[in-house]
Design a protein around this ligand. Structure first.
Ligand code: FE
Ligand code: FE
Ligand code: ZN
Length: 277
């Protein structure tokens, strides 16, 4: 079965997201761990979580994915902002323990002029302060398009972060199809070659999730603007190839396409119809 879902709003709680996912024939979903503009995460509502856990057990959901706010910059030049990022992640991962066995994704961050090396060091350092052996959540670094001074613009940068994390078994990678394409990886004409490179540089065992998006911009544009499935430069045929690739087809796919619930429902219907099992 294709494990697929989309980005949902957490504002009405986990149970509501579970019901919403089911209503569009999704068996997983992604959500922001907190308001994208930062600030405090809401306290977990234990009653909501209990109802949610029962629901996903009955309906056999794939792992869900919490997405850290975009404002979280683990490699900011400003020590105060780095501390802010660390506190957010600590708090988010504490909340994730209410839903054990799921995943937490974050953008490595932007080094804002200090250079990649310094940036990479700050990110690993934060992860070493935040990750604990007892946690039941896998933390994922997202592959980035490389706009501005983003870290994670190529597989080597992701690998460098991972190499310096002590609890490496808690770490994985989320590959965003729009981002890797915009970063210059030709997943349209040479998906095998890109996955081969991923395997050589990072190791495919680290690949835990896929953000499934089309893109508005050309290969290596370093732009990061998502398009609906089949409505961009990647195109429908390449996306069919991605969800059916033997190295990817069992992973959970999360849509971050510009859609409301109905648009997501239609994309999920379409993708399920071309999935070969
Ligand atoms: Fe993201
Ligand atoms: Fe993404
Ligand atoms: Zn993006």
């Amino acid at each position: 079965m294709l494990n697929i879902g989309c980005h949902l709003s957490k504002s009405k709680g986990y149970y509501h997201m579970g019901k919403e996912a089911l209503s569009i024939n999704a068996n997983t979903f992604q959500f922001f761990s907190r308001n994208p503009r930062g600030g405090n995460a809401k306290k977990m509502d234990e009653n909501d979580v209990a109802r949610y856990l029962e629901l996903v057990k009955v309906h056999d959901f794939a792992k869900i994915l919490a997405h850290a706010p975009y404002t979280m910059n683990a490699c900011s030049k400003d020590p105060g902002l780095r501390e802010f990022a660390r506190n957010m992640m600590v708090d988010d991962l504490k909340n994730m323990e209410y839903l054990p066995g799921n995943m937490y994704n974050f953008h490595p961050g932007s080094h804002v002029g200090q250079g990649q090396e310094a940036g990479i060091e700050f990110i690993s350092e934060m992860l070493n302060q935040v990750l604990v052996p007892e946690q039941n959540t896998m933390v994922l670094l997202e592959t980035m398009a490389g706009k501005g001074t983003e870290i994670g613009r190529n597989f080597e940068e992701i690998k460098s972060v991972l190499d310096n994390v002590e609890l490496s078994e808690k770490m994985g990678v989320c590959m965003d199809t729009c981002h890797v394409h915009d970063a210059g990886y030709d997943i349209v004409n040479d998906l095998d070659g890109v996955l081969d490179e991923f395997d050589t540089v990072i190791g495919l065992d680290k690949l835990q999730a896929v953000h499934l998006n089309d893109t508005l911009n050309d290969l290596a544009s370093h732009k990061d603007r998502h398009a609906g499935i089949g409505k961009g430069v990647i195109g429908f045929d390449a996306i069919v190839g991605i969800i059916n690739h033997p190295l990817l087809s069992k992973l959970p796919f999360y849509l971050e396409t510009p859609n409301g619930l109905e648009g997501y429902e239609e994309e999920i219907r379409l993708l399920r119809s071309v999935y070969k099992e």
